[in-house]
Design a protein around this ligand. Structure first.
Ligand code: HEC
Ligand code: HEC
Length: 204
């Protein structure tokens, strides 16, 4: 009898482990994202940020912000896969994830390499943008914002359309930012921020 109980308990534990193993299939979960962000979190869509190589912390916080509609959610659509053409928003996508799924997906993309997007940029503005960036931004976005461990997104070589939209949202106050970053933004003219955008686009 005791042996039988032990057997049942151990079978139950095995089942639990098996289901944990199944739910712990991060690449499978990440398929919810690849129709837009691309395999390994890199894509060639001008308005969809590359997220491969982003830190886990930043992704988890960002998904939570989208889930709670703390960040603006522009309408977008699936670019590839079964749902290609279907409209949705990042907020809708994030609402489908529980916190465990979000963590696993974030881990999956954090393990990929960030892909820089080669883009056009104005060299004169980019040089001005470099000065602005080094004075006002580099403290938190170290080495031109290429380091995922800043937990603040990756800026250098990110899609220009995406970066421009974020800067517009920060300036308009529709996307929340820390008080310290806000203080930096308030000291800058639009022309300074436009120059920073060109600088960030100049990475190849
Ligand atoms: C239907 C297309 C679509 C799908 C599916 C999608 N995304 Fe997005 N995602 C976008 C777009 C477009 C943006 C940029 C939104 C903006 O401009 O503010 C974005 C933004 C993000 C950002 C913010 C990047 C940054 O630099 O702050 C993260 C993180 C992200 N998505 C993660 C995910 C994850 C994880 C999934 C899967 C669970 C996913 N996305 C599924 C289209 C999509
Ligand atoms: C005090 C630290 C700090 C300073 C200074 C700072 N930032 Fe940030 N920045 C952050 C953090 C933290 C985030 C992530 C915010 C979030 O979680 O949504 C961020 C996010 C961003 C993003 C969005 C990244 C993404 O992937 O969506 C952009 C663009 C940005 N910062 C640009 C700038 C620029 C340009 C400057 C200089 C004018 C600057 N920041 C100065 C801390 C800072």
């Amino acid at each position: 009898m005791v042996t039988q109980r032990v057997l049942i308990v151990s079978a139950a534990i095995n089942l639990c482990i098996a289901s944990l193993a199944w739910s712990a299939e991060p690449a499978k979960l990440a398929e919810a994202c690849t129709g837009c962000h691309g395999q390994n979190g890199a894509n060639t869509e001008a308005d969809v940020p590359n997220i491969g190589g982003y830190s886990k912390v930043y992704q988890v916080l960002t998904l939570e912000a989208f889930k709670n509609s703390k960040r603006p959610c522009p309408e977008t659509n699936y670019r590839t896969g079964d749902k290609a053409g279907t409209k949705t928003t990042m907020c809708e996508v994030a609402k489908e994830l529980d916190s465990k799924d979000a963590e696993q997906i974030a881990e999956h993309f954090a393990a990929q390499k960030f892909v820089v997007t080669p883009q056009q940029s104005d060299p004169v503005l980019a040089a001005k943008g470099k000065d602005v960036f080094q004075k006002s931004c580099i403290k938190c976005h170290s080495i031109e914002g290429v380091i995922a461990n800043d937990d603040a997104g990756i800026l250098a070589g990110q899609k220009t359309a995406y970066i421009s939209r974020q800067i517009e949202q920060f300036t308009a106050g529709t996307r929340p930012m820390s008080l310290k970053m806000k203080a930096r933004f308030e000291k800058l003219e639009k022309a300074d921020l436009d120059a920073v955008i060109q600088y960030l686009a100049s990475f190849k």
